[in-house]
Design a protein around this ligand. Structure first.
Ligand code: UN1
Length: 509
């Protein structure tokens, strides 16, 4: 394997994992070793942030905020523009690292870096559009308006499955808003964090920026705890499991901080009588097996009209037979490995439980062995027929396991689709306008994302990304998600020579 991309990204074997910008903190005795699920080899080591280093990072970030908040937003946008340019330059290398460290296909690795570039462009435009409203005061010669001010330090806790893009959605928006960021990447993909921070360091140096505008810390949940309990961090944006999100929400909530949560999904495609089968196959297949089923938007359930059920099942079965599983850096392959062996075990246990509850195998799962599969993390995407009240289909298993179930009326299909605890992404395949409109109506999908004739995954950055119920309720990325990274201030200004009270209250002495 040609690993030149590691050098381009400034990664050596004992890379530092704590940084406030241009300089790094060394001397941490503990390291996270990052092994590639692609070939099982050591990629590098990221130094675990000590408590002292953490304190230093936060103090530096606090000082940086005092400067950064006074830089005009369009100038902050200019820095983000330059970061986007640097990403364009390193797109190939960073895409390869994402693919090598996380295991997603190279196409998806590049796609992830493209999402970063796109969010930079979006944030640059936004830096001139952090609009507040003006209101008409009820009092004469008074003016009312609102302003949006930055919050301070934004803590970002990200997951392994989108090891670079989700950080950039948060950080690039937060930076144009005038916040500074402290990022704890997943301990399963720490080198991606170091690489993004190295790119930042160059931009920071070129522009003579102070330390502490974008910082990196590394470690397991303990570092996460430093952040969630830290009153100096007004907003924690966390992406990951619902279990983790509940802990974050309660800890941050206990100090009345804000949290922005993007947690699990259990995404379904409803396939109606009038569905266009070509669209169904591409949307459902990519949704179910893309990223080896490790997107929070991955398609987990197909809810199919009884008249098309056998056809969909059989065509999908055939399509599964054509999947090429292997080295994700080889662009001939569709599916790479799972992130690690723990994940493989979770996948195997889930398959056992599906069979135990009476699920019927359409395409069986299993771990692949032999040449090219030495890491032990390559598994077969699999596919089961289940009842609509299947317990397993209520859970998100972060692996390529797809369920298929029949329905007879659209109301019933929507009820099945909404019956799970999560509410991230959903889709309907239909050429019938009445069906699509019902699906998008208040009586339709209860998810944060509802698509028509598109699968559940692969959202564009321009929309607000996130979902309801156990998905956590947060919205990141496009639309007006930026408001979560700022505080709103209502200003009332009296330019008259008297002081009338609101609501007509008289208070004369
Ligand atoms: C995630 O899985 O955490 O919509 C994010 C998508 C991607 C983002 C997924 N744009 O599939």
């Amino acid at each position: 394997m040609n690993l030149d991309f590691l050098k381009e990204l400034g990664l050596a074997e004992d890379n530092d994992g704590t940084s406030t910008g241009q300089t790094s903190h060394h001397n941490s005795a503990e390291h996270i070793e990052s092994y590639s699920p692609v070939d099982g080899k050591l990629i590098g080591k990221a130094s675990v942030t000590t408590k002292e280093q953490y304190e230093d990072v936060i103090t530096t970030a606090e000082a940086a905020f005092k400067h950064w908040r006074t830089v005009p937003a369009p100038q902050r946008g200019e820095i983000v523009r330059q970061y986007g340019e640097a990403l364009r330059k390193h797109k190939d290398a960073l895409g390869r690292l994402v693919s090598y460290e996380m295991g997603k296909s190279l196409q998806e690795g590049w796609g992830e870096v493209q999402e970063m570039i796109d969010i930079c462009d979006f944030a640059v435009g936004l830096s001139r559009q952090l609009y507040g409203l003006t209101m008409h005061s009820e009092r004469p010669m008074h003016r009312m308006y609102e302003q949006w001010h930055p919050l301070g330090i934004v803590g970002i806790i990200s997951a392994f499955n989108f090891p670079v893009a989700v950080w950039s959605w948060n950080s690039m928006i937060a930076l144009v808003c005038g916040d500074v960021t402290v990022w704890k990447p997943s301990e399963k993909a720490p080198m991606c964090g170091v690489a993004c921070q190295n790119i930042w360091a160059q931009v920071a140096k070129d522009n003579d920026l102070p330390e502490g505008i974008s910082s990196l810390v590394n470690g397991d949940y303990k570092i996460g705890e430093y952040m969630t309990t830290d009153k100096r961090i007004p907003l924690i944006s966390a992406t990951g499991s619902t279990r983790m999100g509940k802990i974050v929400a309660q800890t941050v909530g206990a100090r009345l901080g804000k949290s922005l949560l993007e947690l699990g999904g259990n995404n379904a495609i409803i396939i109606t009588e009038s569905a266009d089968m070509d669209l169904v196959l591409t949307g459902a297949l990519f949704g179910a097996v893309g990223t080896c089923g490790q997107r929070c938007t991955s398609t987990r359930r197909l809810i199919v009209h009884e008249s098309r059920y056998a056809e969909v099942r059989d065509k999908m079965q055939k399509a599964y037979g054509q999947l090429r599983i292997g080295d994700p850096l080889d662009t001939n392959n569709h599916v790479g490995p799972l992130i690690d062996k723990d994940s493989v075990n979770t996948y195997l246990k889930a398959i056992e439980s599906i069979k135990a509850e009476g699920g019927k195998t359409v395409v069986d799962g299993g771990v692949l062995e032999g040449e090219g599969y030495e890491s032990g993390c390559y598994v077969k995407p699999c596919f089961f027929e289940v009842d609509k009240d299947s317990k397993m289909a209520q859970h998100e298993t972060f692996a390529p396991i797809l369920y298929i179930m029949p329905y007879s009326t659209l109301e019933e299909a929507i009820e099945i689709q909404n019956s799970v605890p999560q509410g991230l992404s959903s889709a309907i395949m239909t050429t019938n306008m009445r069906e699509s409109e019902l699906f998008l109506s208040t009586a339709g999908s209860d998810c944060g994302i509802a698509n028509v004739n598109i699968g559940t995954s692969g959202a564009e950055i321009g929309g607000a990304f996130g979902g309801e119920k156990e998905t956590g309720g947060g919205r990141e990325s496009g639309s007006d998600s930026w408001k979560a990274y700022m505080r709103r201030q209502t200003n009332t200004i009296n330019y008259s020579t008297t002081l009338p009270l609101a609501q007509g209250i008289k208070f004369d002495l």
